[in-house]
Ligand binder design. Sequence first.
Ligand code: HEM
Length: 153
Amino acid sequence: MYNFFLISHSWLRWVVLIMAVYAIYKNYEGFTSGRKWLVSDKKVNTFFIASLHLQLLLGLILYFGVSPTVQTFMADVKGSMKVAELRFFGMEHFVGTVLGIVIAQVGSIRAKKQISDAGKFRTAFFWFLIATLVILIMIPFGIWNADRPMFRF
Ligand code: HEM
């Protein structure tokens, strides 16, 4: 059970990142070219947000259900704060990625409320860019935080 959720969460990271890059690119291209906001643009943003929601769901299952790393963290929160990997998954990864997801969600809602097409593109572009940077910093790539495999089997 743990392996299933960990592997799914690990691979979905790539889907999230690909969707993020594509959504950022499409919104940038939209407001620099001055073109109309199409149904397909709405879909791109929606798919990006949907991938984040799914990742959030898998993360919550890992966090509150099956992750032995988080269980070790919860058993002694004070002591775990001194252990970098436990602190990362018990606190930093959780708080940071949720913040990133909230930023993307707010951006998507604000973009929809804009009256002009350029405003929709520009709003989605900026909020998605910031959200993606926050999420990137919080992915355990082993550069500035925990080291986990790029591709888990
Ligand atoms: C876009 C958001 C997120 C991304 C891209 C992401 C990415 C990752 C990655 C790449 C791993 C390492 C998987 C591996 O070891 O192969 C991981 C682990 C984990 N993530 Fe996330 N995550 C996100 C959001 C969340 C959220 C919101 C939570 C909690 C609610 C969460 C909880 C966890 C937990 C508990 C682990 C596993 C710790 C362990 O058992 O060792 N993640 N995440």
